[in-house]
Design a protein. Structure first.
Length: 305
């Protein structure tokens, strides 16, 4: 069950469901697990930015990860990004014995030079252990850390436990092409590339060499179907499916309120009991809810998979 460089497909980023009183909703987690399994996901990722990990205490974080790991029966990646290595090490040492497939690490926003970035991941591996498979999270639009393909290659080549890149650069299609060229030339070993950004470029990311998706779009069955169509060589059908969902993908991708929109949709689909976010948070306006309802009506069947 450990993550490796050939791991691919769809790993939905799971939200952390809360009740209106702020407590974790274990029943909604179970429904999420069943949906991911029913749609044919290849695994799941928990405690990422979409999982409001920064709003959980240490015990809650372990509890959420443990429930997903036990219920999925598929590889589960756990986000362990933290301000310091002590917290990163502690969470990693809790979840790996529980059966986590690996961990995801995002660079902290203060990193600016290539040497700082490469050095940070070297220290992170020393902290969590070189036997723990890890994913690089490359999300410069939010993290403000710019990792060029050459820097990613340095991290990969210098750390054998790096097996996957979560690619969320924007624009980033050429970055995928460059990394795959490095592999073809033999200057970088093979890694898996899964993409995020709400799936907003997944149609062409797959064509550039991505192995699948790791994102939180509220219709994971679409992500799974799109990857399957691409792998079957059905390009037009894959783009038709993507185009059908694009208005909602775009709307969901809005900064600040994107997670609230996703949770609202998951409630409408009968998957989450509540769309509550832990404070600090920005609630959806009635106008926003009405627009989401309109987009869902245009999309069609809301039944959970």
């Amino acid at each position: 069950m450990l993550l490796n460089s050939s791991s691919g497909g769809v790993f939905p980023i799971a939200p952390t469901p809360f009740r209106p009183n702020g407590k974790i909703d274990a029943a909604s987690i179970e429904r999420l697990i069943q949906v991911y399994r029913n749609v044919g996901a290849n695994g799941a990722t928990v405690l990422g930015m979409m999982g409001e990990a920064q709003k959980l205490d240490a015990a809650e974080a372990v509890g959420v990860a443990a429930q997903f790991i036990k219920g999925m029966g598929l590889p589960v990646i756990v986000g362990v990004s933290a301000a310091g290595f002590a917290a990163m090490r502690a969470l990693t040492r809790e979840v790996m014995p529980l059966g986590a497939a690996g961990v995801m690490i995002a660079p902290p926003p203060h990193l600016r030079t290539d040497d700082q970035i490469v050095g940070y991941f070297k220290q992170a591996v020393e902290a969590i252990g070189a036997d723990v498979p890890f994913v690089i999270q490359d999300y410069p639009l939010v993290l403000t850390v710019q990792m060029s393909p050459k820097v990613i290659r340095q991290i990969v080549q210098g750390n054998p436990s790096c097996v996957m890149l979560k690619h969320e650069d924007w624009p980033g299609l050429d970055k995928i092409s460059t990394l795959r060229r490095f592999q073809k030339e033999g200057s970088m070993r093979e890694i898996s590339i899964l993409t995020g950004n709400g799936g907003s470029f997944l149609d062409f990311e797959l064509e550039r060499g991505a192995d699948g998706a790791m994102t939180g779009y509220a219709f994971p069955e679409m992500l799974v179907a799109l990857v399957r169509l691409h792998r079957s060589g059905l390009r037009s059908e894959a783009h038709d499916l993507f185009d059908k969902h694009l208005p909602l993908i775009r709307y969901e991708l809005q900064p600040v309120i994107g997670l609230a929109i996703r949770k609202y949709i998951l409630v409408k689909r009968g998957i989450l009991e509540s769309d509550a976010l832990r404070p600090p948070s920005t609630p959806l306006s009635e106008a926003t809810r009405a627009e989401v309802d309109y987009l869902l009506e245009r999309l069609g069947d809301l039944r959970r998979a």
